[in-house]
Design a protein around this ligand. Structure first.
Ligand code: MG
Length: 266
């Protein structure tokens, strides 16, 4: 099931995406949204009598993380190598503030403090229930679904600060969307990033050093995870800079595409 969050100009609401979606997650023209009563993370999937064409709505970030977005650094060996880093001996964790989250089509603001802002296309795991110390074999019980993320990073600040908080924490540095797919095997999904229509990243989640069950188990052994928390699973090789005016599109096969434009911060 694909669950979006959207607005038609009024209060944001959740809805189930109906209609055909191709292998890349691109919806057909007759795709519609059937509204839900409340947030499915808290009240389950209760259909309302609202139904609107997808083309008539503005999609919003499909999840509002109440507590945290956990990032995983250097989880693809080829990406670690392209930035001159070793593959980590254990998953490398960092946090992005929930205020960095924006939705499909929202601007990514280029911060005044940086001269080198990179895209990082990633599969994101959406946690569905409060949990800690989750064994690998029970991870499926705590995952609500999956969405697409762009782990936007000010690479120059990441180098100069050493730790990642400022480089990855600016407002708008965590685009999410277009929706959450609740039924998906995350073990071999194509991840691609296009910049102004040119292919820049082309990887598969099969090449992750630590797979999704291992990551959820590992993160939950460090911190309690809450419904709506996200784990960004790392980016394949091919990261690179974006400039003001660029359009970046991240696609995860089986979920869909997330497009954002880079805009100057006043
Ligand atoms: Mg990343």
């Amino acid at each position: 099931m694909r669950i979006a969050r959207f607005t038609t100009g009024d209060e944001p609401q959740f809805g189930v995406v109906t209609g055909e979606v191709d292998d890349l997650g691109i919806p057909s023209e007759d795709t519609r949204l059937v509204g839900l009563a409340g947030d499915p993370l808290y009240v389950g999937v209760q259909l309302s009598d609202t139904e609107v064409p997808l083309s008539d709505v503005r999609l919003l970030a499909p999840v509002l993380p109440r507590s945290k977005v956990v990032g995983i650094g250097r989880n693809y060996a080829a990406h670690a190598a392209e930035l001159g880093n070793e593959a980590p001996a254990e998953p490398l964790l960092f946090l992005k503030p929930n205020t960095s989250v924006v939705g499909p089509g929202d601007p990514v603001f280029y911060p005044r403090q940086s001269r080198e802002v990179h895209y990082e296309g990633e599969l994101a795991v959406v946690i569905g229930r409060i949990c800690r110390d989750v064994p690998v074999e029970r991870v499926a019980d705590v995952v609500h679904g999956y969405t697409v993320a762009n782990d936007v990073t000010a690479r120059d600040l990441q180098r100069s600060d050493v730790q990642f908080t400022r480089a990855k924490g600016f407002d708008s540095f965590c685009p999410l969307g277009p929706w959450v797919e609740t039924e998906l095997d995350p073990s071999d999904l194509e991840v691609t990033t296009h910049l102004n229509g040119d292919l820049r990243q082309h990887g598969t989640t099969k090449d992750m050093i630590y797979d999704v069950p291992s990551l959820v188990a590992y993160v939950s052994s460090v911190m309690t995870l809450l419904p709506g928390d996200l784990i960004l699973t790392g980016t394949p090789e091919g990261v690179g800079p974006m400039q003001v005016g660029d359009e970046v599109e991240v696609t995860v096969a089986g979920i869909g595409s997330l497009t954002n434009k880079v805009v100057a911060r006043d």
